[in-house]
Design a protein around this ligand. Structure first.
Ligand code: ATP
Ligand code: MG
Length: 559
């Protein structure tokens, strides 16, 4: 039994459990370290679930730290959205949010320490010159002509850099490591640059900023992070982070252990803040929270619940090798969750009038229907029924195709939850379009069954024309036509892969039981899919976003 349980641990849990068995009192501190330069996406959700999940599982803590070392691209709008998204996902960070910018003073002092140890120098080469002198993994780089400045000169220049004596980009502080090592990250990397840019927290206090690589590992160290979990691309940065810690750590101090895992990739999805920002700026989508976006705020508006996202993250697991998850699997998790929670209602998206010729003119009945067959506690509702209904246009055929069990002249079907109706006639307009279906109902079949045991093969949904509410539905499809959105013909922009039909807006009719619904309520529109209330709704008109289709939606069967 024990070995079975062990098997289901992911490789990071295995590492932690091994450490804990050697050192039972060990504190586990993880962190989620976003750069506030955009909104979080579903890939970040994986990292959040992993970092907070491990802390929760092992009685530890997870810090939230904004890695805000690049003032030109960062903004408090992003800081706030990131906090909202983490809370929405259901996690609580340890204490106050932290910021790499809180450590700028300490980082500056450590940079000075490196200079004093003759491990860093001020370099006057331009960014281009530095790039050109770096070599390739097989060709060693060239040492900077400024590499052998004296410690005193370096200290003085660094202090002047800080005090604004030099123009932007004219000097950098570089580590003195090794220009010939095969690991390019270790070839005298830049630690500080001059940049006069207003910082969202430190304002104009600094005109030099540490590079991400110089800030990240040390920030983990300052916070006492025990497990610094990051994506695979940081594996080659690890020797550099270790080198920095070697210079500043003292005996016995806790050093973060960096563990890399494979980032989440999803088919039909771009997962880069830079590209997502481009989609927003180019107005390809309506904003960061457009329901077609893979951002956390986008999928939230789309109607995905935090439970579904957490369950998705749990099920895809954590691995050491890159792979791409099928988007359909995410939708499967969303459906599984909504199936349990969403109330069923009837909505007609493509209406056709149906008149029950033998039903009393001014009569209204209430039909009692189950809200959710998966959940008894969801109870029942009463849906008004009358002489004139709307049904889906696709549910009537003048000449039925093979195996068509819905309405056609002479055929009898069940109206969802109630009477049998038989088509006796239909009406066309002058251009030949069917405008109305005429039926007779059997008053004996109100319960949805016939006392004489007569069976019908089809059941169709309906709304009462005079009681139905008009709503707007926004039907979404994938934002990209290709599994890999970057798979384009030579030189063409990824935007050539945008699906021009990713949004269709249609007005529809829905049973009146949804009146009073509010964001973010979800419903299953029977036979259509799951829909949620959008914040664009007004008292006059509810707007619904289509979250996901039903697995066997009749649209598919029709095709
Ligand atoms: P992007 O490349 O989308 O701009 P990023 O890695 O630059 O993302 P950060 O703000 O640095 O964004 O990310 C914060 C954390 O989220 C990092 O620890 C990063 O490793 C993790 N992360 C980012 N994208 C993914 C992903 N697709 N799957 C898993 N974790 C991710
Ligand atoms: Mg990053």
């Amino acid at each position: 039994m024990e070995s079975l349980e062990k098997k289901s641990l992911n490789f990071i849990e295995q590492i932690i459990e091994k450490e804990l068995s050697a050192n039972p009192g060990k504190n586990i501190i993880t962190r989620f370290p976003p750069e506030p330069n955009g909104y979080l996406h579903i890939g970040h959700a994986k990292s959040i679930c992993l970092n907070f999940g491990l802390a929760n599982k092992y009685g530890g803590k997870c810090n939230l730290r904004f890695d805000d070392t690049n003032p030109a691209k960062e903004d408090t709008e992003y800081v706030n959205s990131i906090m909202d998204d983490i809370k929405w996902l259901g996690f609580e960070w340890n204490g106050e949010p932290r910021y790499a910018s809180d450590y700028f003073e300490q980082l500056y002092n450590w940079a000075e320490l490196l200079i004093k140890k003759n491990k860093a120098y001020i370099c006057d080469m331009s960014a281009d010159e530095v790039a050109q002198s770096r070599g390739t993994p097989t060709i060693p780089g060239k040492e900077s002509p400024y590499r052998n400045r004296s410690i005193e000169e370096n200290l003085e220049l660094f202090s002047k850099m800080k005090n604004g004596a030099f123009p932007d980009g004219s000097k950098t502080l570089r580590a003195k490591t090794d220009m010939s090592t095969p690991n390019m990250q270790m070839r005298d990397p830049v630690l500080y640059r001059i940049l006069r840019s207003h910082h969202h927290r430190t304002g104009d206090k600094w005109c030099i900023y540490p590079m991400y690589d110089f800030a990240h590992g040390q920030s983990d160290f300052i916070e006492g992070i025990t497990h610094s979990i990051c994506t695979l691309e940081f594996e080659i940065h690890r020797p550099l982070y270790d080198w920095f810690l070697d210079q500043i750590c003292e005996e016995g101090q806790i050093r973060p252990r960096q563990i890399e895992f494979a980032r989440l990739n999803l088919t039909y999805t771009v997962m880069s803040k830079r590209i997502l920002l481009d989609l927003v700026k180019s107005k390809t989508v309506s904003g960061w929270d457009d329901p077609r976006m893979p951002t956390i705020c986008g999928i939230r508006r789309r109607g995905y619940s935090s439970e579904a996202v957490r369950s998705f993250a749990e099920k895809i697991g954590v691995s050491k090798t890159d792979s791409t998850v099928n988007f359909a699997f995410l939708e499967h998790c969303v459906r599984e969750d909504l199936n349990k929670k969403a109330k069923r209602v009837m909505a007609v998206l493509n209406p056709l009038k149906l008149t029950i010729i033998n039903y009393p003119e001014n009569q209204t009945e209430e039909i009692e229907l189950i809200n959710n067959p998966e959940d008894d506690s969801a109870g029942k509702r009463k849906v008004p029924f009358s002489k004139t209904l709307y049904i889906e246009r696709e549910d009537f055929a003048e000449v039925p195709p093979p195996k068509y069990h819905r309405l056609f002249p002479g055929n009898e079907v069940r109206l969802r939850g109630t009477y049998f109706v038989k088509c006796t006639d239909f009406i066309k307009d002058s251009s030949g379009n069917i405008t109305e279906v005429i039926c007779e109902y059997d008053p004996q079949t109100k319960t949805g069954y016939s006392p004489d045991g007569r069976k019908v093969k089809g059941t169709i949904h309906w709304v009462s024309a005079q009681h139905a509410l008009q709503i707007e539905t926004r039907l979404y499809d994938k934002l990209f036509l290709k599994e890999n959105p970057f798979d384009t013909e030579d030189g063409k922009d990824y935007k050539t892969n945008i699906n021009p039909d990713s949004l269709k807006v249609i007005n529809a009719y829905i049973e009146p039981t949804v009146s009073g619904c509010a964001v973010p309520e979800s419903y299953q529109f029977e036979r259509h899919g799951y829909f949620c209330v959008d914040y664009d709704s007004t008292p006059e008109k509810i707007v619904f976003n289509k979250t996901v289709s039903l697995k066997d939606s009749f649209n598919k069967i029709n095709k």
